[in-house]
Design a protein around this ligand. Structure first.
Ligand code: GNR
Ligand code: NI
Length: 168
């Protein structure tokens, strides 16, 4: 297991669009273990491979307080919006440390993904899990939480993070 370095906004590498995983082999299993370790260390509830500068479509999630339900989703896709009614949630991001932004997303979606055995799964998700999985899929597409903010606000966040992450 290894701790990986998380890219911080405005790192341009966070804008890379991740490629689908073709072969789910031992190296993907190892990578997902390292991602979970990195997520738990950062006290996050989700992490996308993009954030650790690996541009493959892999996300890890654990929304339990006890950190007992690690989930690995490979090639995740939103297939259907089940409940289009948008819910506002104050989102945080390990790549934008110290900032929280209220974002609106469909409250329930159907997601398909492969697990570490390569098996395809389809699930209807809602609540916090749905917020986090939509947030992580955005990362795989090069999108970040701050994108919907005004330029002024984005600039303020960028300046603050440039100051605190110099030399890291
Ligand atoms: O740890 C995280 N918390 C969180 C809270 C609300 C909505 C989304 C998230 S994901 C975030 C970790 C992260 O940056 N994942 O990409
Ligand atoms: Ni994030």
């Amino acid at each position: 297991m290894a701790l990986l370095k998380i890219l911080i906004f405005p790192d341009p590498r966070l804008r890379t669009k991740a490629k689908p995983v073709q072969n789910i082999d031992g190296s993907i299993k190892e990578l997902s273990d390292d991602m979970l370790e990195t997520m738990y260390e950062g006290e996050g509830i989700g992490l996308a491979a993009t954030q650790i500068n690996v541009h493959k479509r892999i996300i890890v999630v654990d929304i339990t307080k006890e950190k007992t339900e690690p989930q690995v989703l490979i090639n995740p896709e939103i297939k259907k919006i089940i409940d289009p009614e948008k819910r506002a949630y104050s989102e945080g991001c390990l790549s934008v440390p110290g900032f929280y932004e209220e974002l609106q997303r469909p409250s329930s979606v159907e997601v398909s993904y492969q697990d570490l055995e390569g098996k395809m799964n389809t699930r209807v998700i809602s609540g916090l899990l749905s917020v986090v999985i939509q947030h992580e899929i955005d990362h795989l597409d090069g999108k970040i939480m701050v994108d919907s903010l005004s330029n002024l606000k984005k600039e303020m966040i960028r300046k603050k993070l440039m100051k605190t992450t110099v030399g890291k």
